[in-house]
Design a protein around this ligand. Structure first.
Ligand code: MG
Length: 225
């Protein structure tokens, strides 16, 4: 008779699971989505900058504020992005986060995206706002974009390792993401998994401990039977 094992028999291999958001939990790049509201020329210019930053060719800080200045997203548009994130959650992502939480694992979102858009997504995923680390921006009283809200480490190239170090999450800890800024946590995290279900970046996969093409694969990697 074959051995029967269910999810409840499996133990998570990590005490903390830290997830990127854009092109990992959701298929969107939030900044590109916002840029798409401004017409083709702005969208193309910003998508090219995002691609080069994600590939590690140029630094995040050199383009981050510049992209937001070009777009000037309103508060309502950032709220709409939050809805779009929820509509484009990767298959199995929400269930995996739930299973990890039930198993006693700390699930944290670590993103270079806009916090105001990620909070609704986190709510949908069952992740409390206190476990969302992202970029805060300021709007004026009419809801128009003003600027980054002071110093925002996650808007910089080395922001993820710096914030992860400061959080001092329970060990062992795994980071999961698609970009160069996610791979930069190696040395701070105990493991790094390249998520390639949305975008596959060879330079990121090359330095990863494992590759997950979807959340079913991720589930297998995160649990041991
Ligand atoms: Mg990403």
């Amino acid at each position: 008779m074959p051995l029967s094992l269910s999810v409840t028999d499996a133990r998570p291999r990590f005490a903390s699971v830290v997830l990127d958001v854009d092109s990992t939990i959701t298929s969107l790049e939030g900044i590109d989505w916002l840029a798409g509201l401004r017409g083709d020329d702005v969208a193309r210019e910003i998508a090219a900058l995002t691609d080069r930053a994600m590939a590690g060719e140029i630094t995040i800080e050199s383009v981050y504020a510049h992209r937001l200045e070009l777009i000037k997203p309103t508060r309502d548009e950032v709220t709409a992005l939050g809805h779009a994130y929820i509509e484009t959650v990767q298959r199995g992502a929400r269930a995996l986060c739930a299973v990890l939480s039930v198993a006693g694992c700390d699930v944290t979102l670590l993103s270079g995206g806009l916090r105001d858009a990620i909070i609704p997504l986190a709510g949908y995923m069952g992740i409390p706002a206190s476990r969302v680390h992202a970029v805060s921006v300021l709007f004026d009283t009419d809801g128009h974009y003003v600027s980054l809200a002071g110093e925002q480490p996650l808007a910089t190239q080395r922001g993820k390792p710096a914030v992860l170090h400061r959080l001092a999450l329970p060990r062992p800890l795994v980071m999961i993401g698609d970009g160069a800024t996610d791979a930069a946590v190696r040395g701070i995290s105990d493991a790094f998994i390249a998520y390639t279900g949305v975008a596959r970046r060879p330079n990121v996969v090359a330095v990863a401990d494992a590759e997950a093409v979807d959340f079913a694969t991720l589930h297998t990697l995160l649990f041991q039977l």
